[in-house]
Design a protein around this ligand. Structure first.
Ligand code: CU
Length: 150
């Protein structure tokens, strides 16, 4: 059962790798805002990963919120969690960094491991979070953090 699930997961990821990636970064996909708005100040958010999907796709915070993202990778493959503005995502989608040192908002998580990263949201707007390993963003490993107006 577990082997079959893993095989399906791998097949799914490979299946989407042929799609052009990168075009989604400027996407205008609307994500429903979470009814709960977090912050300001320091808040901790649990981010689960299973079958190459994040456990949620929308998060709302107030300006001046530092989020501690606890990223739990429940898959048998590597993933990463990258949050930031469009330039951050462009760099990662087209870049060559295989893993990420402790830059705020960027963390690589080994199979079945847990990682964490902090990111401070100040300016109102929408900030993409995504996994930029090959094919993962196109497969749907993304979501949005909405920073509400002050
Ligand atoms: Cu991934």
């Amino acid at each position: 059962m577990r082997r079959a699930a893993i095989a399906a997961l791998v097949a799914g990821v490979v299946g989407v790798m042929t799609f052009a990636i990168g075009t989604e970064i400027a996407g205008t996909a609307s994500a429903a805002s979470s009814p709960r708005v977090l912050g300001p100040g320091l808040v901790t958010v649990d981010v689960g990963i299973h079958y190459s999907k994040f456990s949620f796709s929308a998060l709302s915070v107030r300006p001046g919120t530092t989020v501690r993202f606890i990223v739990r990778n429940n898959d048998p493959i590597h993933h990463e969690f990258i949050v930031g503005d469009a330039s951050v995502h462009f760099r990662h989608e087209h870049g060559t960094e295989a893993t990420h040192p402790p830059v705020p908002g960027e963390v690589s998580v080994a199979p079945l491991d847990v990682g964490e990263t902090f990111y401070r949201f100040d300016r109102p707007g929408r900030y993409l979070f995504a996994c930029h390993l090959p094919g993962h963003l196109a497969y749907g490993m993304k979501g949005w953090v909405t920073v509400t107006a002050a």
